[in-house]
Design a protein around this ligand. Structure first.
Ligand SMILES: C[S@@+](CC[C@H](N)C(=O)[O-])C[C@H]1O[C@@H](n2cnc3c(N)ncnc32)[C@H](O)[C@@H]1O
Length: 255
């Protein structure tokens, strides 16, 4: 685990972006991203002009979707300089005016308080160790009456199998349980907390991806295909054993 818990340049190198984007879809870097963004837009009750913050915006896929399909004013925040630069480049290419990308760590970026009607994040909090500080930061950023929605990889239980613990440690993930997140949201001041278990959906997506990878003909290098299949099969075992879950969290800052 790196001392600051942040993602490494290697995890999101140019080569890995290419192979991940091939499997996740254009402008996305995580499983099921377009369907989660659609679901979140409804949960967040996005309206034209809504001020949205996407934490860990990656290549900008969700930010572009909220801006284009919902006419929201979106800020995409990412901690990695090359991710930020690439998202900005893609935004300029699309000539999209209602999305701005900023570079920074959500825990320390100097954003003004109560600035956003909606805060969204997709599978990015697994990189952040201090979850209580994170939930307090979300509460500070969202305006009274505003909503948050995030998904994350989760621990199914406090201690998992050796294989799962090694996978989480090697990936430098800090994973919380559903109960820990709910308690941290509550302590931070959020109300109307709703959780969703997306683990079965992730299982389906990973299986579909593996079939796609097996059928992939010279689009990716063989080493990339083998790497992804191994990693996806490992995730499937962790989901199947119940050591890992994939879940969503919705909550409101009432006042
Ligand atoms: C798995 S990727 C997901 C990207 C995007 N949400 C998607 O679904 O395509 C996780 C992203 O979170 C970013 N990230 C990790 N820790 C962060 C932090 N402390 N502050 C802001 N961004 C962070 C990473 O740089 C990476 O782009």
């Amino acid at each position: 685990m790196p001392k600051n818990g942040l993602p490494t340049q290697e995890q999101y190198s140019h080569e890995s972006l290419t192979r991940y984007e091939w499997i996740f879809g254009k402008d996305f870097l995580s499983s099921g991203a377009p369907e989660v963004a659609s679901h979140a837009a409804k949960a967040l009750d996005l309206r034209p002009g809504a001020r949205v913050l996407d934490i860990g915006s990656g290549l900008g896929g969700a930010a572009f979707f909220f801006a284009e399909a919902y006419s929201a004013q979106v800020t995409g925040l990412d901690v990695l300089p090359q991710m930020h630069a690439e998202a900005q480049r893609r935004g300029n290419e699309r000539n999209i005016v209602n999305v701005a990308f900023i570079l920074g760590d959500v825990l320390s970026v100097p954003l003004p308080a109560a600035q956003f009607d909606a805060v969204y994040s997709k599978d990015s909090f697994l990189h952040i160790q201090d979850k209580q500080k994170l939930m307090q930061t979300l509460f500070r950023l969202v305006a009274p009456g505003g909503r948050i929605f995030f998904t994350d990889y989760l621990r199914g239980r406090a201690f998992g199998s050796q294989e799962f613990e090694t996978y989480a440690a090697d990936s430098q993930y800090s994973l919380a349980t559903v109960e820990q997140y709910v308690e941290q949201l509550r302590v931070a001041g959020f109300q109307n907390i709703v959780t969703g278990d997306w683990s079965e959906r992730l299982t389906e997506i990973l299986r579909e991806d593996i079939a796609k990878l097996r059928a992939c003909d010279s689009v990716l290098a063989t080493a990339d295909v083998d790497y992804l299949i191994d990693r996806w099969e490992l995730k499937l075992r962790c989901l199947h054993s119940g050591d890992m879950k994939w879940g969503s969290f919705e909550a409101r800052r009432v006042k």
